[in-house]
Design a protein around this ligand. Sequence first.
Ligand code: GAL
Length: 438
Amino acid sequence: MNKKNLYGIVAILVVAATVLSACGPKATPTPAASTEVEVFSWWVGPGEADGLAAMVKVFNAQYPNIQFINAAVAGGAGTNAKAVLATRLAANDPPDSWQAHAGQETIANYVAAGQVLPLDDLFKSTGLDKVLPATLLPLISQNGHPYSVPVNIHRSNVLWYNPKVLAAAGVTANPKTDFATLDAFFAVCDQIKAAGKICLSLGAPWTAVHLFENIMIGTIGAQKWSGLWSTPPTTDWAGADVTAGIANFAKALSYTNADASTMTDWQPASKLVSDGDAAFNIMGDWAYGYFANAAPNGLALTPHTDFDWAVAPGTYGVFNFLSDSFVLPVGAKHPDATLDWLTVAASRPGQEAFNPLKGSICARTDCNQALFSEYSQDAAKDWTANVVVGSLFHGVVAAPAWAASITTAVGLFQADTTKTADFQAALVAACKSDGTCK
Ligand code: GAL
């Protein structure tokens, strides 16, 4: 071997050693968290936090190298969180993923503003496109591209009640079968009131809008409710149906606790029922998690004895739904970790961990029903058998600005329920300023 060949071999060995040492660290597993994912929601505290914690546990087990940063902001229905999120988005500081309701809240807001990315590849790689209900896919899609990962289906139109309060007031009507009309419900409210109890508990201001949507559906029915939101509306906002819904809403408000506007959130209103101070509360089925989950986030109550449920008065056979979903933002700081989070959110193990504690049913159609409570198993049956309509306050049917105008109008009406014509005029104006009404 001459000197030149020797130099050549040495040079090759040096290069090979350099390449091998560069590959070295990747070949051995690195145990420490290598990146993070910041996930934004409003699931904090009673009835809200347990489901998220269970899904995060699944995530941590599957992705031990990614640190999950819980950026949740307290406040039911996202009243505070959405404001914080808007500020962050305006400052170009998006969390890696955030909670967004399926429907107009996602499409007319985040998608229209170009703040989120399409998820076609993730839907294909996880098979989510094959297991989502037909009702849901269009609500998170634009031009055939999905923009968020739905984790659940919640029901808005649930009447929660305390059977002991009903019995003590001598009520023989069964809420599960005898409240086909709001009048039947109001007749029972008179009995409850005479017995010295609150008939219908109400919480923080947004819960009045939650009540409004369910009283309106209970008055005008599913088809006319959906007609309010079609373009152009096939139900006249200025017409007699809406007037009748407003009259029933005023009547329902007359049976609520006088201190509702001072309540901090939805949980205190639920607690009035479980404490036996009130007979009924109309709230979404996240209340199930609050009633039934273990302490500290739940009240650990016994179904049918300490609390019970029925479909909200006048809405039998109707499923007023909403769905929580998660997005991939434009400019995510950790896009790969976000995709990992979304993969867990899309997965059956993720949804089977989350939903039984959240009070919701899976967005996926293939979850194991045996993991769920009797309440949720009933809800799952109704979801497929009932007429499905979309929630107003929880982002399905109206763009956020439209929903905000209605919320303002409901607040003013709540302060003076004699102003029915003003309220209806404000509803008409809100539809016009959205552009849906001409
Ligand atoms: C809804 C949300 C639910 C639940 C509820 C109360 O808007 O979709 O998951 O958190 O608010 O905060």
